[in-house]
Design a protein around this ligand. Sequence first.
Ligand code: FAD
Length: 407
Amino acid sequence: MDRRHVLKALAMTPLLTPNWSFSAQQHKFDAVVVGAGVFGMWSAWYLRQAGLSVAVIDQSTPGHSGSSSGGESRVTRTGYGDSELYTEWSHRSLAAWKKLSEASSLPLFHPIGMLMVHQEDDPYVMASKAVLKKFGIPFKALNTKQLRNNYPVMKVKDGERGILEPNAGGLMARRGVQTLAVKAAQAGVHIFQGTVSPIDSTRSRQGALTEIEYKHGNGIGRIQAENFIIACGPWLDKVCPEAMANRLFVTRQEILYFQASREVTGKLPTWATLPYYGLPDIEGRGFKVANDTHGTRVDPSKVNRHVHDEVIQQTRLFLAERFPGIANQPLLESRVCQYENSSNGDFVIDLHPGLNNTYVVGGGSGHGFKHGPAVGRYVTDRVLQRGTVIEQLSLESKATVQDRQVI
Ligand SMILES: Cc1cc2nc3c(=O)[nH]c(=O)nc-3n(C[C@H](O)[C@H](O)[C@H](O)COP(=O)(O)OP(=O)(O)OC[C@H]3O[C@@H](n4cnc5c(N)ncnc54)[C@H](O)[C@@H]3O)c2cc1C
């Protein structure tokens, strides 16, 4: 089947919504983004806002169930220990999420606040407070008594403290990505479906990638571009094996939703008593609870997506200690997802080592969702060669052994 036939077949392929744009004529763009997750879609959005012709290609649909952006909800917070980068990025990103949420018929952001429970003098929280103060981001320090009075659903141990970010809250993940994809398509971003073959820098022309090859059904297609952004989440090392070179660690993560309405949880915001974190019931989905500890390493295409019984039991034990009123509530829903971790938890946003027009974007490491807009802006700056290069996000700074630093 030649390209003309593939493009014709694709044009007839019913995609997620009639708003997806598709041009059977155009197959050369200023920028092609591979991956329609939160990083890819925000990159496409800002590249298009900068006036570039942009296409996005994904093996499935934006925010699909197997992707890392495909879950129901995500926590957003700005407290990040001493990391000014992630504090600033999540703060700026939240403004963009709010703007998108305001333009959406269904909410993308629930401004219910974010509470981290901690030990007195916890160095991470002390550092967070200093950075939040520096950026003028509001927070409230709560003592044991205030925690107990404010959140009676939660069992607070003697001496525990809390830091509340009143402006933070919960993002609707899958809905957010889909909403952005529809907006991007309306703004002229072309969205294709196809599975892109691994990028091979030995086939470059003067150090540049000229086209990518993708499979769709039984056909093979090609798209040409001046710039390529490879934002393949947990598949990043499969599409960019040379660049990632054993520096992506995909882990299996389990999430549970228990029946506990807001009448039960009161004004409890999104919360973290690490390693557990969660959200109160949002839009009737139940009380979300998950363990942030990295699970076993998996292949995202083959991961067993049945939650293990032991995890349900362990979670109930945690709930019995921390939220006793919820420990025996019925399980409403469960989900298995994956973190696409870099070695230390810092994102990877860098030029492909063998290609001078191809950017590798990923390593969200279990905390990337909230930063989607800032990632998209930074990618756009890199493509347009403006702004400063952030060494912390380079490939070079990543190791082949996992040593998590970013929480
Ligand atoms: C359980 C869980 C809880 C989390 N909680 C939070 C949280 O509370 N707060 C927070 O900020 N972050 C959180 N995160 C992290 C965040 O969700 C991820 O970091 C983020 O969604 C990653 O987005 P991405 O665009 O890099 O990847 P993805 O969303 O996976 O997107 C990658 C896309 O690339 C496509 N693709 C891959 N290979 C190909 C190919 N060959 N051809 C074409 N397309 C391809 C895929 O189909 C996919 O759509 C959590 C993640 C998980 C899993």
